[in-house]
Design a protein around this ligand. Structure first.
Ligand SMILES: [Zn+2]
Length: 484
């Protein structure tokens, strides 16, 4: 029997706002514990929430980017549960009437075709505080401290639709997460830093016989941040659930935990233990009415989305789609490319040098393009020099390495280190004659009509010139020598 996989995500994203969702406390990463708190975000009796307008704008922006219906009327609800990092005893979230519903996010599916992944809803809620355990784990700790700086920081929750175009493979799941993160960064509503926990997911997965109408029982893995661990957890779950199905049993509906060391998931709680949050509309926050003009204003101010950027870059700079996709993955990379392209005509060479050579140096140094020691202006000059044949590719690579190390501009590096190519034809001819007399075997083969030794001889001349000869010129000279 063939089986069908259904993967769902509830992704929590920390929004980039100056202040918290319901009070004026600053949102500041890394601040000393409990320095950005007030009666509202620590749940003191009688304190009343006031909604942050910027957080609502960001939510609508996300809704527009993901092709959602923006609900005219929406409301906040209390999600009741107890935990020491939640001083009110409830989290303000949205239940019925979220801000955005029924959208989609286009990815490339396993067949390489566009696939509009269903987005069920996007809603706004507040984050909880943070427990800091005295030891590495809760079990090993003598005590835990609580830091409310994060309490009431605005979070966006994006929920995929398990009925309408769900994710059907681990690869699609990865493509979705990457596209979602890219889109949210592009529209400027979150930095989505995985290290800082600004992008976290609850992942659920179920398997059913192909063509079945009912859904299989799903396993949910909570609070995952690393893409690598999410993929590992999903791969493990596929195998585990298939094994159960093949034995004629049914996987149970449960919440599971991913063990990062052992790369397995472990049962945490079953359906029966699932908490009942007793959602009800928050009486402190009135129903929210969004007027059309507000939505249109946000729509008019929308920045370019990743897909729009890919299309524009292909059209404007005439580079391949493959290169355009790589260059637009990170917005800062595409900005760098466009700044270079402004003073560089050979865009195909520019993109290839960025992807192959500059990325290699950045990877080796483990730095991002924002910290790249080579400014776009100088990188464009280097590409122009190579493009005009003023320096060879090989010298270009050496120059780039020095630029990367010292931050110097390419022309002064070339002058200082005598890397200008050999223009002197007499000198090239001399080098060529030396090579010919040193390699009689290759010469005889060429005379017998073989082609390969020509490349060998060119290589030898290049070597003698320390890479400073122009290979095109050398080829011309060698051809001339054998035609005579
Ligand atoms: Zn506060």
């Amino acid at each position: 029997m063939d089986y069908e996989l259904i993967i769902g995500f509830e992704t929590h994203v920390e929004l980039k706002t100056r202040t918290k969702l319901f009070c004026g406390c600053a949102v500041e990463d890394g601040a000393p514990p409990n320095t950005h708190i007030c009666p509202v975000c620590t749940g003191q009796p009688g304190a009343l929430p006031v909604l942050n307008k910027r957080a609502v704008e960001h939510t609508i922006r996300a809704g527009i980017a993901m092709n959602c219906t923006i609900n005219r009327r929406s409301r906040f609800a209390r999600k009741n549960y107890f935990y020491p990092d939640l001083p009110k005893g409830y989290q303000i979230s949205q239940y019925e009437r979220p801000f955005c519903e029924n959208g989609y996010l286009e990815i490339q599916n396993d067949e390489g075709r566009p696939y509009a992944v269903g987005i069920k809803r996007i809603h706004l809620e507040e984050d909880a505080g943070k427990l800091v355990h005295s030891a590495g784990s809760f079990e090993a700790s003598d005590y835990s401290l609580v830091d409310y700086n994060r309490s009431s920081v605005p979070l966006l929750e994006i929920v995929t639709d398990h009925e309408r175009n769900p994710l059907r493979s681990v690869n699609e799941a990865r493509a979705y997460l990457e596209k979602l993160r890219q889109t949210l960064i592009y529209i400027g509503i979150s930095d989505c830093s995985i290290e800082k926990g600004q992008f976290r997911c609850d992942v659920n997965i179920s398997i059913r016989p192909e063509g079945a109408l009912d859904y299989g029982n799903r396993a949910e893995i909570k609070n995952m941040a690393s893409f690598k661990f999410i993929m590992e957890a999903l791969e493990y779950e596929v195998k585990r659930q298939l094994k159960i199905l093949h034995s004629g049993e049914e996987p149970s509906q449960e919440t599971r935990l991913f063990d990062e060391q052992k790369k397995i998931t472990i049962s945490m709680r079953s359906k029966e233990d699932a908490p009942d949050y007793r959602y009800f509309p928050d009486p402190d926050l009135v129903e929210f009415e969004i007027d059309q003009e507000f939505v249109e204003q946000i729509r008019d101010g929308m920045p370019e989305l990743p897909d729009q950027k890919v299309n524009r870059i292909i059209k404007t700079y005439r580079i391949s789609k493959k290169d355009a996709l790589i260059l637009t993955k990170d917005k800062n990379v595409s900005d760098f490319f466009e700044r270079c392209a402004a003073s560089c005509d050979d865009r195909v060479r520019l993109s290839s040098w960025m992807i192959k050579d500059l990325f290699k140096l950045l990877n080796e140094a483990a730095i991002t393009i924002e910290k790249c020691p080579v400014p776009p202006k100088d990188f464009a000059i280097l590409i122009n020099l190579i493009s005009k044949g003023d320096i060879t590719d090989q010298i270009g690579r050496t120059v780039l390495e020095i630029m990367f190390e010292t931050g110097e501009d390419p022309e002064s590096i070339i002058d200082k280190r005598g890397l200008r190519p050999i223009q002197d034809e007499k000198l090239l001819e001399r080098l060529m004659k030396e090579v010919i007399s040193e390699n009689p075997e290759a010469v005889n083969k060429i005379k017998d009509g073989m082609k390969n030794p020509i490349d060998f001889l060119i290589g030898q001349v290049m070597k003698k010139s320390e890479g400073k000869a122009n290979p095109k010129k050398v080829r011309e000279l060698i051809h001339k020598a054998f035609l005579q």
